[in-house]
Design a protein around this ligand. Sequence first.
Ligand code: 0RQ
Length: 503
Amino acid sequence: SSDRIKNAFLRSKIMTAEDAASLIQSGNTVGMSGFTGSGYPKALPPALAERIETAHDAGENFKINLWTGASTGPELDGALSKSDAIEYRLPYNSDPVGREKINRGEIDYLDMHLSHVAPMVWEGFFGKLDVAVIEVTGVNEDGSLIPATSVGNNKTWIDCAEKVILEVNSWHDERMLGMHDIYYGTALPPNRVPIPMVSADARIGQPTFRCDPHKVAGVIVTDLPDRNAPFSPIDDTSRTIAAHLMEFLQHEVKMGRLTNRLLPLQSGVGNVANAVLDGLKDTPFHDLKAYTEVLQDGMMDLLDSGQLLTASSTAFSLSPEAAVRFRENLDFYRDKVILRPTEISNHPEVIRRLGCISMNGMIEADIYGNVNSSLVMGSRIMNGIGGSGDFARNSFISIFVSPSVAKGGKISTIVPQASHVDHITQDVQVLVTEQGLADLRGLSPKKRAQTIIKNCAHPDYRPMLEDYFERAKRDAYGLQTPSLPSEALSWHQRFIDTGTMRP
Ligand code: 0RQ
């Protein structure tokens, strides 16, 4: 309600979502809040979608360019995609309607390293940002803004946009004030300075966003829930993947390369990454910290049990049940959770310094350990690279996890050659499937191939991979990474032609 807005000037800007939507013009570039299904505006986007549909019905061509932190919810990406309102989208989408339109060629989509987005906008690489639409928990008397359940690129949108529209959502708990750490020390080259983050739970910024009140063109008052997608129940495959990974981490402790406190954990989006966190429960690891970009159910469980001391993230990515639990026990989580701008949560400098252990899902890996996170059969987008590249290249150990087959066994996730590469072999140190774990550190390409085929491939596809690798070693043009170009992507072509990679 409007008493969340303590600043009188901003209170005078309260308007309906429809009136606020009319402030956005065709061709505008709009930066909206939102990261996973958290902290995205929920009233303006549906009103804008309706306004755009009306314009389309009248024969007008009305579209916007949409920038966000990462994925959002059905009221934002869903509604705007459905209404053909989006000309251009960056940096991440996981909305099913948006995905379909991107794959039909109807939305131009730039899938980016998430840590690059804010700096590149500041650097002016993408032109001007017309409007920012930001969901917040409240407005303080001095006009500063209390962030909501995600930070994402909000600081940058508020600073760079010509005008700002706020959604003050009283569904968010006011006790979140103090959980956020908004760092204002970034600058453009040649004036950049080190980011003073020396531990995963350090606070280096301030709890609120600064915002010039004279840029605020409208304030909408809402009371609407975040809509994060629930996770799939943890199945045996994911449990087995987690068990391999836990055995590996315990081995690293035995070898003296890690201690039972490990190093700051990063865990990616998706069901498998969530299941891996669940696997930590039955291990001797303790006093853990997370330096990650999404805080999912598995991490909340670890905070609850005390195994995880603190979690630094840019957003919550909680199932509806976990979101309720979070709100009910907010006082417990308040000093354990730190939400930061994505340019900090995913900052290569910080990830390298802290030595994160990164664990991300993948679409496929090839026998040399190149990983595809984003494009099915090399051309159809699933979600995007997201933050996986920020972490993979800079982590202490970069781990990718996946079942060895997809679509009921019709697809092998270990292939002769990745149909698209997000993470080059140098950025991938460990691969895990339910079949086993491949520790690729220090291995030359041919040794990597042997290890991946032996440890990770599904038995149905393993002989085919062995056969390919043997023939490649015999017939390849060079023997550094033996490959047969005319055959390397034939598994993908077979799937496209016949619906399965099996011969
Ligand atoms: O689709 O449900 O329609 O069958 O992909 O697959 O096995 O449930 O795995 O939920 O962990 O997601 C790579 C998508 C894995 C995710 C990806 C199909 C599979 C299923 C999901 P269906 P699973 P997960 C930081 C890190 C990129 C961003 C990232 C992702 C669906 O991890 O988006 O890492 N990562 N960010 O059937 C065809 C294959 C497939 C396949 C899986 N080889 N071919 N379909 N699928 N492998 C966080 C952020 O950036 C926010």
